[in-house]
Write a protein that binds this ligand. Structure first.
Ligand code: SAM
Length: 270
């Protein structure tokens, strides 16, 4: 069941009733969840930690409680469990064993950020956390380059600047985007701009807190010449013209003849 992503008012009545009546609560961090239960005046429960690093070992123990007749509530440190945590394997195993699974919906950072971004919401793709290393990250971003959907990423404050640079480099600096920080909390903010503007802003910013990045879908009509120019200039500064063209073709899926012609023009060789 969902718990708040910040503001403690963002929990449903049903979640509170269910937490109060559960026999066991599986959660990521037992101290966090203990404090959350205390905040709502819910009496002490058996808490079992279930997170990325112990999930495989803990599932049999949790399933045993259910087999013995206990009701088990699954919560995460924040928001909707299963979204960027190992919860789905527990649900899978419960379903496979024929146990009832009831989802109690509520707060989620991706949906909250998307709703406040002012970017298209009709189609969106939740991509979770990007890889921490730049080469793998750029590859992962390139795979999403043509997706006809708004892209939603979770990111840490330490990596935000590098990730924004990679997003601008691979997707082109002109795409609209938003960075949502500390949603529902005291220092909540959503900053909007082009990817390049946001990359420039966060390059030197000392960012703290929790972050969601939203990137608008590619605009087929815009097929922006200045995006292509920016990408080419970046690559031509480091590579030969031929390699720069190959790299930009791989990143953008724009026809090689078009990229080559543009590269010749920029290099003054045309
Ligand atoms: N289960 C959660 C949900 O429903 O959104 C997400 C858990 S995921 C392990 C944690 C990441 O979610 C954070 O690193 C951050 O990217 C995002 N996040 C969680 N709370 C947030 C908040 N209040 N504001 C912005 N991002 C948040």
């Amino acid at each position: 069941m969902a718990t708040p992503i910040g503001h403690r008012g963002d929990i449903t009545l049903r979640a509170l009733v269910t937490l109060s009546s559960a026999d066991v609560i599986a959660c990521e961090d037992t101290r966090n969840s203990g404090a959350l239960l205390a905040h709502y005046g819910i009496k002490k429960k058996q808490l079992i930690s279930y997170h990325d690093h112990n999930a495989d070992g803990r599932r049999p123990e949790i399933l045993k409680h259910i087999a013995e007749g206990a009701s088990v509530a699954l919560i995460s440190d924040a928001g909707m469990p299963l979204i960027a945590d190992p919860g789905y394997k527990l649900v899978r195993d419960c379903r496979d064993a024929g146990y009832d699974v009831v989802v109690i919906p509520g707060a989620n950072a991706a949906i909250t950020a998307l709703a406040g971004s002012g970017l298209p919401t009709d189609h969106f793709y939740f991509a979770g956390f990007l890889p921490p290393k730049s080469t793998a990250r750029q590859k992962a971003i390139a795979a999403l380059q043509a997706a006809p959907a708004t892209l939603v990423f979770y990111e840490s404050p330490q990596r935000l600047a590098d990730t924004m640079q990679d997003l601008a480099k691979v997707l082109g600096g002109a795409r609209l985007a938003a960075v949502a920080r500390e949603l529902t909390k005291l220092y909540e903010e959503t900053r909007r701009g082009t990817l390049q503007e946001l990359a420039d802003f966060y390059e030197d910013a000392d960012v703290k807190g929790e972050i969601v990045i939203i990137v608008a879908p590619p605009d087929a009509d815009a097929a922006p010449a200045h995006d292509l120019d920016a990408l080419l200039k970046q690559h031509m500064a480091e590579l030969s013209l031929r390699d720069a063209v190959a790299a930009v073709c791989a990143l953008t899926n724009i026809k090689k003849s078009e990229v080559y012609a543009r590269a010749l023009k920029l290099s003054g060789k045309e």
